[in-house]
Every structure is written in C-alpha cells, then in structure tokens.
Design a protein around this ligand. Structure first.
Ligand code: AMP
Ligand code: MN
Ligand code: MN
Ligand code: MN
Length: 291
C-alpha cells in the first residue's frame, strides 16, 4: 500500500517535490533520503518524472532514517498545447492503471528523444549516439539527459546553454509532444488513490487569466493541491499562487524540485512557510487517510 500519514500535522520540514537518478536527478533514492535526514526533513515525497521506480528504495531508506515518506511522481501533461506538470502524492505503487499511464508517457518520451537525435544529426551533431546514450540508462529519459550529453561532447557550454542553442522552443532540436491531458492525468493519479497537485504554476508563462483557467479546470478534473512555496519563488509569484489556491479551494504544497546537490537555488527541504489561510496538502492527505 502507499504510505499514509497519521495524526495531527507534526511536520515542520516538508519536501513534497524531489528527483532521483530514476529521472533527471543525480542522487540515488538512498542518497536522497540521507540528504533529507541531514537537512532535518521530516516528510519527503520522491516525485521523479513519469516513474515510481525509486519509491520503494526511498521508502525503505526513509523508514530507516525516521523520515515519513509519500510515494510520489511528477506526471507530464498537456493543457492547451502547453506542457504542465502534475505531482501525484501518496500513490499506490501497485496501481495497474497508473503504471500503464506512466509506461505510455515514458514510451512517448523515448520516441521524442529519438526524434531529437535525428534533428541533432541533421545539424551535423552525433545525434544518434546521444539518443542511444540517453536511452541506454535506466529510468525516465529526459531532455536534461540530452543536455548533459551535449555539454560533455562540447556542443554546449552548460545545460542551460544546451536548451538555449538546441533543445528549447524554437531551437533546431525542439520537439513537441502530445502528452496526456490534465483530466486523464488527474484520473490516473486518482486511480492510484493519490492527490493531484499542480506543480510550479509560475513557470508556465501564462497570463493571470490563463493561470485562473488552468487552475479552474484542474480543480474541476479532481485536482486537490497547488505548489505555492518553492525555493527562489519571487514574492509576486508566491502571492499569485496563494490567491489561486484560495480562489479554487486548492491545498498548498511545498517542495524544492531538487535535482542535483550543490545548486543553491533548489536546496532540498528549504523554502518559505505556507502563506496564511492556505491548508497544507499533507493535512488533506491525513483527512483522506482517515476516511
Ligand atoms: P523534459 O522533461 O524531457 O522536457 O526535460 C526537461 C527537464 O530539464 C526539466 O525537468 C528540468 O529539470 C530540466 N531543465 C534544466 N534546464 C532547463 C531549461 N533551461 N529549459 C527546460 N528544462 C530545463
Ligand atoms: Mn526535471
Ligand atoms: Mn516540473
Ligand atoms: Mn520536478
């Protein structure tokens, strides 16, 4: 069964958005749990892109370290032609419906990496070798892995440069993908008994009206939470996210979106407290667990 949290909310340090090497993070689940313990995190969710492969190992390591753990996943979704990310929390790792949804997305991701390879090759880069290297590693293949290959092979100065020159929108190796819509994505999370949380709303380059429509549709589809506190979030973005959470009755979630140690603007387990009047998502999980 998926983990459940019992009793009143005893957590002060919570991180409900973090990646391991099963997607585009660099730490193993065990290393992530050890870092969480060192930082005093009391409740952790592992939320790799479109896979739960690291959750069992993370759950074991967290149990050994005395950290409460939620099985999680960050699901890639499409809303009005725009990629949005939906975090599933307290997921049943044995849900066949969710497993099949995630396998479908990973297959789309693999096809996208192969197309990126073809596009890079058309520009004289070793695209086929890059795609093969990315697809050979276990876990979810992402464009960040392609970016790392481009840097290692001297075709970009750093990962950000790789997106700016090759992979980002409008660049030679940009590839659009038809990810599942938000209703399908929220339904897959619901089929696994989880809570759906709309991730990092400030990163979608949407107008205020666009964000309201996205949050309204997400809530109507059964979404329960919104990430309102992330490290480095500008005060204006945090205020807008808090207003959206209140308006659409979404619980607040907070996470670092940790990928790699040593990057000061995404530290595991460090972020502002939830704003006043926002119900923490883990308290809603409590209520659901008690039902
Ligand atoms: P994908 O999920 O395949 O689209 O890969 C995108 C991943 O690359 C994201 O999850 C981010 O972790 C990472 N990333 C790092 N820098 C950038 C950037 N400049 N633009 C887009 N994604 C980036
Ligand atoms: Mn990522
Ligand atoms: Mn994301
Ligand atoms: Mn993430």
């Amino acid at each position: 069964m998926a983990s459940m949290i019992a009793g009143p909310q005893p957590f002060e340090r919570i991180d409900l958005h973090a990646h391991s090497h099963w997607s585009d993070g660099t730490l193993s689940p065990e290393e992530l749990a050890a870092l969480a313990a060192a930082r005093g995190v009391q409740l952790l969710a592992l939320t790799d892109h479109d896979t739960m492969a690291g959750c069992e190992a993370a759950a074991r390591a967290c149990a050994a370290a005395g950290i409460a753990f939620l099985h999680g996943c960050e699901l890639t979704s499409l809303w009005r032609g725009r990629e949005v990310h939906i975090v599933g929390l307290r997921l049943d790792p044995h849900s066949a419906t969710l497993a099949s949804h995630l396998a479908g997305v990973r297959a789309q991701r693999a096809a996208r990496i192969r197309t990126i390879g073809v596009k890079l090759a058309a520009r004289g880069l070793p695209g086929e070798a890059i795609a093969a290297a990315v697809l050979a590693r276990p876990g979810t293949p992402t464009r960040l892995h392609v970016a790392r290959e481009l840097v290692q092979r001297g075709h970009a100065a750093d990962e950000d440069d790789a997106f700016k020159r090759w992979l980002g929108q409008g660049q030679p190796a940009a590839v659009a993908a038809a990810w599942p819509g938000i209703a399908d994505t929220v339904a897959a999370i619901g089929a696994a008994g989880g809570a759906a949380v709309l991730a990092h709303p400030h990163r979608y380059k949407l107008s205020a009206g666009g964000l309201r429509e996205l949050c309204g549709e997400f809530r109507a589809a059964g979404g329960l939470g919104l990430e309102v506190s992330l490290p480095g979030m500008a005060q204006g973005d945090a205020d807008r996210a808090a207003a959206l959470a209140r308006r659409y009755d979404l619980a607040g979630s907070c996470g670092s979106d940790f990928h790699v140690p040593g990057i000061p603007w995404r530290p595991l387990g460090r972020f502002a407290k939830l704003p006043d009047g926002i119900k923490p998502i883990h308290e809603r999980l409590n209520a659901r667990a008690a039902e």
